[in-house]
Design a protein around this ligand. Structure first.
Ligand SMILES: Cc1cc2nc3c(=O)[nH]c(=O)nc-3n(C[C@H](O)[C@H](O)[C@H](O)COP(=O)(O)OP(=O)(O)OC[C@H]3O[C@@H](n4cnc5c(N)ncnc54)[C@H](O)[C@@H]3O)c2cc1C
Length: 423
């Protein structure tokens, strides 16, 4: 671990301190930076011992209620856990696979699934024995839901699913250890003025007959977790695999994105914190012209700028986690009707989009700065910076929603829906 400690523990609860310290202790033994770098160099699938280790720590899907196998954690707690995970693995592979996707979406699947899916998939995923994720993106694009082409038709008491999903996290891991996906398909005619309607979510096991996983992609970064896709040819799932209500999949999906994006934001703050700590150690140690690099304003002031932005982002993440806690605390809240007492879902979405936009960009830019501060050493894979840069870039370009899409949400909630660019 880095020697510089930029982490103020005083605003953590006792439980959060316990989580933070036990994860850091576990990581010191099992996931030191040189292993993170090696995992990213060697590529997926994600090492089974790390999945099991995270599960044993109780950090996968901690927000699932206790009576259903989780720890019943608050989003504020799970966000802190994600921050620690981003800190120990700045390539963001662990945060991507098991926090944003596994936990954000696992929690949301659990909310809408029946007992059988909970028993067969969610509880084992919490124990690190299965992988669950989200499959919404299609070859025609991820941002524009009106272009989604996957379909579902009802035959007796089964649904028959067809189409292709692409750029899906964890397909190899799910194939290896078992699991499945929240899959969105169109189950009714496309309504041109409301293309988000008539979408329905199903839970689709990865080993379903008619489902063929694609070869994983060679990505620029976060290589320790696979990104792939699958084709569905007459995949049959029972009626009970429908998640939530028929035709309401879009609203429920937005809820899942909200959950995942909070954890991405928290992870990206953790990445930024680690980059700053590692860089601080180096610039205090390295001398040029008889002085440490940290004394030069050209470096120190850039460092300070990033530190301020990190703490501001941290506060923003804390705020959205609290908003989400309030939302789930309020009885009668519903993704479909948008009913809520304190914060409206659109207001929460605005804050979450600010977090989803700002935090990965900050982590990427901080990694970029750190590479400059270190000179040639910063460009080397001996240090974590280039691995981190390539990893967090996945969240700048698209994973869990494109950057401009976040700006569209923020614009809609600040300037008004009349100024939506696509209408
Ligand atoms: C590493 C990785 C892992 C992923 N894992 C998953 C996963 O597990 N499950 C899953 O379903 N998807 C996953 N995705 C896909 C991700 O959800 C999509 O990348 C995202 O939704 C954007 O879709 P797209 O890449 O098709 O870009 P497009 O929708 O084609 O957009 C391209 C660019 O145009 C911008 N843009 C689009 N529309 C507008 C507009 N109206 N105005 C201005 N700009 C616009 C976007 O911001 C983006 O920058 C993953 C992606 C990556 C990179």
């Amino acid at each position: 671990m880095a020697e510089t400690n930029l982490w103020d523990e005083r605003d953590l609860t006792d439980e959060q301190k316990l989580f933070k310290n036990s994860i850091l202790k576990w990581a010191e033994r099992n996931l030191p930076l040189d292993r993170v770098i090696k995992m990213n160099r060697d590529g997926s699938p994600f090492p089974a011992d790390i999945i099991k280790g995270l599960a044993d720590l109780g950090v996968i899907m901690g927000t699932v209620p206790k009576e259903r196998g989780g720890l019943g954690l608050r989003w504020s707690d799970q966000a802190l856990i994600s921050e620690v995970i981003g800190y120990i693995d700045p390539s963001i592979a662990t945060a991507a696979g098991f926090m944003a996707v596994g936990t954000g979406w696992g929690f949301t699947i659990d909310r809408y699934a029946n007992e059988e899916i909970r028993e067969k998939f969610i509880k084992p995923a919490i124990r690190g024995e299965k992988y669950v994720g989200i499959a919404t993106t299609e070859p025609g694009g991820g941002s524009d839901v009106s272009n989604f082409k996957c379909t579902g038709r009802k035959e007796g008491d089964e649904w028959v699913l067809n189409g292709e999903k692409t750029f899906i996290s964890g397909v190899q891991e799910a194939k290896n250890i078992g699991g499945g996906y929240w899959v969105n398909v169109r189950t009714g005619p496309k309504i041109p003025e409301a293309p988000h309607k008539n979408m329905t979510a199903f839970f689709v096991p990865i080993d379903s007959e008619g489902l063929t996983p694609a070869e994983p992609y060679n990505n620029a970064g976060r290589n320790a977790i696979s990104t792939g896709g699958f084709i569905m040819e007459d995949v049959r799932v029972p009626e009970e695999h429908m998640l939530g209500e028929e035709g309401k999949g879009f609203y429920q999906t937005m809820e899942g994105f909200d959950n995942a994006r909070i954890l991405i934001g928290a992870s990206a703050v953790g990445v930024t914190r680690r980059i700053l700590e590692e860089a601080a150690d180096y610039i205090k140690e390295r001398h040029t012209f008889g002085r440490p690099l940290a004394k030069y304003e050209g470096i120190q002031f850039e460092f300070v700028e990033r530190y301020m932005e990190m703490e501001a982002s941290n506060l923003m993440v804390k705020k959205v986690a609290v908003m989400q806690d309030v939302r789930y605390d309020e009885e009668g809240w519903s993704a479909r009707t948008g009913k809520a007492k304190t914060y409206s879902p659109k207001e929460i979405a605005k804050w979450i989009s600010m977090v989803k936009y700002k935090t990965p960009h900050l982590a990427k830019d901080t990694a970029d700065d750190a590479m400059h501060w270190l000179g040639a050493a910063g460009y080397s894979s001996e240090f974590i910076f280039e691995t981190a840069w390539r990893g967090v870039m996945s969240y700048c370009v698209g994973a869990e929603g494109g950057a401009n899409i976040q700006k569209i949400v923020i614009g809609r909630e600040t300037l008004g829906a009349d100024y939506l660019p696509y209408r």
